[in-house]
Ligand binder design. Sequence first.
Ligand SMILES: [Zn+2]
Length: 410
Amino acid sequence: MTTTTPTTPAAPVTGVDAIQRHLNMGEMVLVAHLMSLPGDARMSAATALRGRSRADAVRFAHSADLAARNIELFAAVVGSGVVTAEHLDLVWGRLNRQMVTVPLARQEEILGHLDAAVNTHVTPWLRAATAPVSLTELRDRVDEAILDIAPGLAAETAVAEEDSATLRRRGNTFIFTAGCETTSAAIDAGLEKKVRDLLAGLRRERLLLPEEEQTSLPTPSQLKAQILMELLGNTPETMTIRVNLFRATRDGIHGTGAGYVAGVGWVDARTADRFEGAATTVKEIPLDPAEHPESDGYPFLLQDRNYLEGRDATCRFPQCTVPANLCENDHIVNSPATDPTSDGPTSVRNGQKLCRPHHRLKTAGTWTCSTPDDGFTIHWTGPDGRSYTTHATGPLARAWHDTPDDPEPD
Ligand SMILES: [Zn+2]
């Protein structure tokens, strides 16, 4: 008996996943090349190879520094196509940021300890990843590793960053960072909300005018600039800033340990204590989605929106990193209030956070989604018929998955 083996022609690279993987692996080839150079030659070589912008070259030089320092991590990702130079730069940044209070002579040693913690907590996860990794989830996992091995160092870094204010320029964009990351993110979120309210007001006013007098609306960036100028100028405006901090509790009243803020990630226990001390409201949030009742109305209640923010951490669209506090609330199965043929309840089990552009794509029906498990997993189908799955990565989702299935009564 004879068998013939059919020959398969080399398949062209098709599909978003495959294309992305190839692009990502190309970046790793460049990182590996830079890594083979002496440390002080990496930046100039990166500039020569990635002359598009200085920021791009810095990203690659940092990636190569990390790769040379932590071979174990680099070996786990170099051929898988699940990470880019942006991912490695992010890990570099989260670790090297902690060096702000460490004397130069001890930095190498401390970084070695932090790298080891990353290899315990993060590298196995990266090695097992089969799809491109979320930047937000990577940041959170690296921060968890740092807080686990060096909570005191993380607290010192937070103190050092508290009193800093920097203004950086990237192209035509100015980036203002004030105090710790939490403060900056809160200012950004406050500004975003104020701009939305202002735009809604301007839109309403415009509708009252005759058509020929309707002028175009300012852009969100113009409004942000206007608000900042007013804040800095002679007519100071007040801006309400709302920050949700999520942390574990032992007694249902007081938080304990590190905390999580959407848009920032993990903050050390001392910073979390300070925020909790300044909070106007402290509430216990049940982890079990079944303990959150459905509501009769269309809009999600405040407690449901807060739960979704803590569960999702970011927009739930594939690869999107917009923080959950800047996202809208979506009914996964449409509510009858917007779609009479549908019967989706207003409940955290049928809710998800989506940034405005991705919420629009879903409302338009370009992308469809469903959940098999009360929103922890979302299956997406795109216009090309391909499927993607995203998982909730916020602290509430992580804590819920860590809860034993049948907790023994004490
Ligand atoms: Zn999004």
